[in-house]
Design a protein around this ligand. Structure first.
Ligand SMILES: Nc1ncnc2c1ncn2[C@@H]1O[C@H](COP(=O)(O)OP(=O)(O)OP(=O)(O)O)[C@@H](O)[C@H]1O
Ligand SMILES: [Mg+2]
Length: 1045
């Protein structure tokens, strides 16, 4: 609420509308008091008065920008940011083009104010790469234009010597797109002349101070300002201003805007040319005709200029020293006098510079211009030179003051007249306020038929002798009775004595005061002539930029038509400007200069009072006070404040006006505070509006709280419901899951129980079959597997096929032992069979014999083991080879089984005799070895049995049947070396022939039957029996002892 106190502070009200009592003194006092408190801004309604503090105040910080961003205009301390914010928001939110008119005299702070407005808008509008670039370009146009268009004057160290109107263009979101700059009437005379204590345009000093040695050399310049006559050959420094640094800033700014290095160089070259032109000296000479002429005194400078711009020095010299005059069809070259020459030179310098400045503005515009076709809103900022009253006022002041007069007219039209007219329009009870309408002065100057400017043009164009005197006379005739026009002549006519008005002058009673203008130079400046020879010379230069500045120099385009006069051009551009401003919503910043000495915080009341008067501030306040501080269409008003009444909130069903009436009736403001127009509501004092606004803010806060509350409630409720729903879903799922699990478990358990029960039942029913069979099957299967494995393993590990090899792998399992054994024997037998099958019949027979021997004797007779090694040869006698045995061979014929030598034991003595024994398949033959005659032939059928001992002897008893013929002498006792073979063969043959077994006795005692009776044979084992041959000893007639070893 600091703002409220500031606005309503009785000692120094922030809004002069609230001033009580309203007098010039109180107004001045308020401004002074506020200024003392460093409150340099004060309102009159929504007009901002700014008093130049001449010192930097801490009120332009980023925090301040934030403070004023989206502020309520009447709720914060008056500030230039507030009006900038109001204008920007109105532009962005209400789609109204804005213009900010900054007025005030030189040094009052207009340019600073315009920069503050621009920087504020740049700070609050949105950010982004593209937007920042545009903003930067717009802001950077200032240092460039200030370098070329500003100069130090006695009033202001940085005085704008041109008028500037800048349209900043925004898109529908309020983002800057670009802009257009218009410049008005550069004070070009400053190029060639300026008052002592002032300076030429900043750029010259900046270039000389800040340009590098290389650059200066390239531009053929010297660093010392005193070298240049246009710079007045005086020391150039300004306290607190660093020209070199400013030059760098300016160069950087050019780069940001988009100047190419070549463009910058060209620009500086032309600037250098202007500077150097001032040093071109002329000297007088006389032609042969006696006519005065001039010539270049020192060709060096001219030479350098021509080198810079690519021109033949002769051409420039001729253009500077002579002039082509066209008389009818002839062209005559006339020489110029020295003053004419200097006039031409200066005119050239001024023209080059002013055209260069125009080019510069256009070039900047090219960079910042918005692409066509984009919808845009515009904020115009006008920073134009202020009203000027000098001791000696010339054409420039006349023009400048005319411009200010027009701006005042706009102000009057828009704020005073327009306002009053609005009251009438709206049908509001209204006592008209007297105010000074300056259209009469504007008319005096600009009237196209009989205005001062029109008269001046007429004089300039009129053939014949033309000078300022004729012009003044004309004015005196025309405006003899005009209230705002005075001259010596009109005063005389009215018999007024006024020593302050010299004869060559006229005086105009401007809205801001009386100004006396000296007509000297009016015609010349209005004509603004440049000799065609000079523009042609410039056009002939090779320097592209310079050449482009003088299109009329092109000989192809020679036109006899005079160019429009300076006054005419200015009037036209002011008219355009006015039209432009009329189409926009105006915002005023009225700058006041508190002292003439640029002293910080010094307030000189008399000086300020003058400005207060000519700015019409009193009238401004009066109209504001008499009228209504605020007006708005019913619709937007109701929309904005409808929340203040429950009847209009949230919606009003009726008409807008009725709604506003209902609303305001409820708010109970004093009736004089309000007026209801046809379409608008009017509120008298800002206080009421502020009250309304305050209530609105409170209500908005309440509503916001309500919305917040409702929203929070809704959010919490929704969240709660959501959570509840979620919780229900979760618990439903969880319960479901739990129950499902439980059910699954139960089901599983039931199934298990069921399975067990069924199993149990079935098992009980089928146990017997099931189990036995199962185990049998299982066992069977396992057995089979084991057997299979065993057999397969066996097949791989079969022992060698040798008959003698009895090896056999052991059974892997016990239960396979029998089978293994069986297999082993089968295998063995099979092996034997195989073996047998490959035997020859002889070998077979032999082996059969051996087998038979084994059956007969194995383990029964000791001799058997010895016989194993002996092969059964059968034929030991060699019957076939020995012819002695022919006869015996015949007996045996083919049926011979065995032939051997045996010893026959004499039955009676026990002595032995050799005998040949032949065994055939049918007979047993004993023969005498010497005679080889058979002695005894026994048929096999005669043999009853055989007896042999247990020992390893060859003794044998061959028992014969009693009935046999061969056995008449009784049984035979024989001793054979091949006993085993003999008995075996006998046995075999007997079996084959008789088909019965021959009994064999193996005993130690047996009985034999001899012819003389039976004899008992006793076998005695004795060592006497020599070398295996048994010895038979007869012991009586019936006993015989056989000693064997
Ligand atoms: N708000 C301000 N705070 C501090 N100093 C200021 C302020 N406004 C202006 N000044 C000072 O006053 C000087 C002159 O201001 P400025 O150049 O804006 O005047 P002007 O009205 O543009 O004058 P001219 O018509 O000659 O161009 C500035 O150089 C600056 O020193
Ligand atoms: Mg300025």
């Amino acid at each position: 609420m600091e703002a409220t106190t500031s606005l309503l502070d009785a000692a120094a009200v922030g809004d002069l509308v609230l001033l009580d009592p309203l007098t010039e003194e109180s107004l001045l006092h308020t401004l002074q008091e506020r200024f003392r408190r460093s409150d340099i801004y004060t309102y009159i309604g929504n007009v901002v008065i700014s008093v130049n503090p001449y010192q930097s105040l801490p009120i332009y910080t980023p925090e301040k920008v934030q403070e004023y961003h989206n502020c309520n205009f009447f709720a914060v301390n008056p500030h230039i940011y507030a009006i900038a914010d109001d204008a920007y928001r109105s532009l962005r939110d209400r789609d109204r083009d804005q213009c900010i008119l900054i007025t005030g005299e030189s040094g009052a702070g207009k340019t600073e104010a315009s920069k503050l407005v621009m920087s504020y808008v740049a700070a609050v509008c949105s950010k982004g790469e593209e937007v920042d670039k545009v903003k930067e370009q717009l802001l950077q146009s200032n240092p460039v234009l200030e370098a070329f268009g500003n100069a130090k004057t006695v009033r202001n160290d940085n005085s704008s010597r041109f008028g500037k109107y800048m349209d900043v263009e925004f898109d529908f979101k309020g983002e800057p797109l670009g802009g257009v700059i218009s410049n008005y009437l550069l004070e070009k005379s400053r190029i060639v002349r300026h008052v002592k204590g002032e300076r030429n345009f900043h750029i010259f000093y900046q270039l000389l101070a800040g340009g590098s040695a290389q650059l200066l050399q390239q531009l053929k310049l010297r660093q010392d300002c005193r070298h240049y006559s246009y710079l007045n050959r005086e020391s150039s420094g300004l306290p607190g201003v660093d020209d070199a640094a400013n030059f760098r800033t300016m160069q950087d700014a050019m780069r940001v805007i988009g100047f190419s290095p070549a463009e910058v160089t060209a620009l500086l070259e032309v600037t250098a040319v202007v500077l150097k032109l001032g040093n071109v000296q002329l000297s007088s000479s006389y032609q042969a005709s006696g006519m005065e002429a001039c010539s270049i005194a020192e060709p060096q400078e001219l030479q350098e200029i021509c080198e810079l711009i690519g021109l033949d020095p002769g051409t420039l010299e001729q253009a500077l020293c002579s002039r082509t005059v066209k008389a009818r069809d002839e062209t005559v070259l006339t020489t110029l006098s020295v003053p004419q020459g200097y006039y031409g030179r200066d005119a050239l310098a001024k023209n080059i510079y002013s055209r260069l400045f125009d080019w510069l503005v256009n070039r900047i515009n090219t960079s910042i211009q918005v692409k066509p076709g984009q919808q845009r809103k515009v904020m115009g900022v006008l920073d134009i030179y202020g009203f000027e009253i000098f001791q000696d006022n010339g054409f420039e002041q006349f023009i400048i003051n005319y411009c200010n007069e027009k701006l005042q007219q706009i102000f009057i039209l828009m704020t005073l007249k327009e306002e009053q007219e609005e009251y009438v329009r709206e049908g509001i009870q209204w006592t008209p306020v007297e105010f000074f309408d300056n259209s009469i002065i504007c008319n005096l100057i600009e009237n196209s038929k009989g205005g001062i400017l029109a008269m001046l043009d007429e004089e300039c164009l009129r053939p014949g002798v033309v000078n300022e005197d004729t012009f003044l006379t004309k004015l005196n005739q025309l405006f003899a009775a005009h209230k705002h026009y005075e001259s010596k002549e009109t005063q005389n006519a009215r018999r007024v004595m006024d020593a302050s008005l010299p004869p060559q002058c006229f005086r105009i009673h401007h809205y801001a005061g009386k100004v006396t203008y000296n007509v000297t130079g009016f015609i010349e400046k209005n004509n603004d002539l440049l000799f065609r020879d000079l523009s042609q010379a410039m056009w002939a230069a090779r320097h592209e930029l310079l050449r482009s500045l003088f299109p009329e120099g092109d000989p192809q385009k020679v036109s006899l038509k005079l160019p429009p006069t300076a006054g005419f051009q200015f009037k036209a551009s002011v008219a355009t400007l006015m039209k432009n401003l009329y189409s926009k919503n105006p915002n005023y910043i009225r700058c006041i200069k508190p002292n003439e000495t640029k002293t910080a915080m010094l307030f000189m009341p008399e000086l300020v009072l003058g400005q207060v008067r000519y700015l019409g501030l009193m009238e401004n306040v009066r109209v504001r006070r008499a009228g209504y501080a605020f007006r708005q269409l019913y619709g937007p008003f109701l929309e904005r404040y409808k929340m203040l009444s429950p009847r209009t909130w949230p919606r009003w069903a009726g008409g807008d006006r009725e709604g506003a009436e209902v609303l305001l009736a409820e708010l109970a403001f004093p009736p004089e505070e309000l007026a209801f127009g046809y379409t608008k509501i009017f509120i008298r004092s800002p206080r009421t509006l502020f009250d309304l606004e305050r209530r609105r803010q409170e209500r908005v806060a309440q509503l916001a709280t309500l919305i917040q509350k409702t929203f929070r409630g809704w959010r919490c409720r929704t969240q709660y419901q959501l959570m509840r729903k979620s919780q229900i879903v979760i618990s439903a799922w969880f319960r479901g899951h739990l129950q499902k699990n439980k059910y699954k478990q139960m089901k599983r358990s039931a199934l298990i129980i069921q399975a067990y029960a069924r199993g149990w039942k079935v098992r009980r029913a089928y146990r017997r079959y099931f189990r036995s069979e199962a185990s049998a099957r299982l066992a069977n299967f396992i057995y089979r597997r084991l057997v299979q494995k065993f057999l397969v393993g066996l097949r791989r590990n079969l022992p060698p096929l040798l008959v003698m090899d009895r090896t056999w792998p052991p059974a892997p399992y016990k239960f396979l032992a029998d089978a293994n054994q069986e297999l082993r024997s089968i295998f063995y037998r099979w092996k034997c069979k195989k073996y047998r099958e490959q035997l020859t019949p002889q070998r077979r027979a032999l082996l059969q014999a051996k087998l038979c021997a084994s059956e007969l004797f194995k383990d029964k007779k000791t001799l058997y083991s010895k016989s194993l090694q002996q092969p059964f040869q059968g034929e030991y006698l060699g019957l076939t080879q020995n012819p002695k045995y022919q006869k015996l061979h015949a007996v045996a014929k083919d049926k011979l089984v065995m032939a051997d030598t045996v010893r026959k034991v004499n039955r009676a003595s026990g002595k032995t005799v050799p005998r040949l024994l032949l065994l055939t398949t049918e007979h047993l033959v004993l023969a005498d070895p010497k005679a080889a005659q058979p002695k005894t032939v026994l048929s096999l059928g005669d043999i009853h049995s055989i007896s042999v001992t247990r020992f390893s002897d060859g003794f044998l008893a061959l028992h014969l049947k009693e009935t046999s013929t061969g056995g008449a002498k009784g049984d035979f006792l024989l001793i054979s070396d091949h006993l085993i073979e003999l008995v075996t063969r006998l046995h075999q043959t007997f079996m084959d022939t008789m088909a019965q077994a021959l009994p064999l006795h193996i005993a130690d005692q047996f009985s034999t039957r001899f012819q003389k009776g039976d004899v008992a044979v006793t076998v005695v084992e004795s060592a006497k029996a020599g070398s295996g041959v048994p010895v038979c000893k007869k012991r009586g007639s019936h006993k015989m002892e056989v000693l064997v070893h």
